[in-house]
Ligand binder design. Structure first.
Ligand SMILES: [Zn+2]
Length: 108
C-alpha cells in the first residue's frame, strides 16, 4: 500500500469517526421525556422529519405554551414499583402502624 493511500485511509477514517462521535453526543444530550425544557409544559408530537422517521427513539416536539420546538428522546415510562414480600416482612417486624384516623364526632 502506498503512503498516499495509507494517509487517505487513516485521515479519512478519522474524519468519519469525528462525524459519528459528534452525532452520538448530540443525540445523547437531547432532553428526554415529553416535557418542554424551557417551561416544563407537556409538548405535542409533530410530524417527524425524514431523518427522525428512521430514529424511532427520538420525537419531534412542539410546546404550545412557549413555542419551543425541538427533538426529544423517547423514554419508557417508569413502572410503578410494588412492595415486595421481603419489604412487607421487614415492615411487619417494625413498630405497628397507628390505626386510621376516625372521622370527627358529630356536633350537636
Ligand atoms: Zn415550553
Amino acid at each position: 500500500m502506498s503512503d498516499a493511500a495509507l494517509f487517505v485511509f487513516v485521515f479519512g477514517g478519522l474524519f468519519v469517526l469525528r462525524g459519528i462521535a459528534a452525532t452520538v453526543v448530540f443525540l445523547w444530550i437531547l432532553p428526554d421525556g415529553i416535557r418542554c425544557p424551557q417551561c416544563d409544559a407537556e409538548t405535542a408530537a409533530m410530524q417527524p422529519s425524514l431523518a427522525l422517521r428512521y430514529l424511532r427513539s427520538f420525537r419531534s416536539s412542539w410546546c404550545m405554551i412557549c413555542g419551543w420546538h425541538g427533538v426529544h428522546r423517547v423514554t419508557k415510562p417508569t413502572p410503578i414499583r410494588r412492595r415486595s414480600n421481603a419489604t412487607r416482612g421487614a415492615n411487619a417486624s417494625s413498630a405497628p402502624t397507628p390505626p386510621p384516623a376516625s372521622p370527627p364526632a358529630e356536633r350537636r
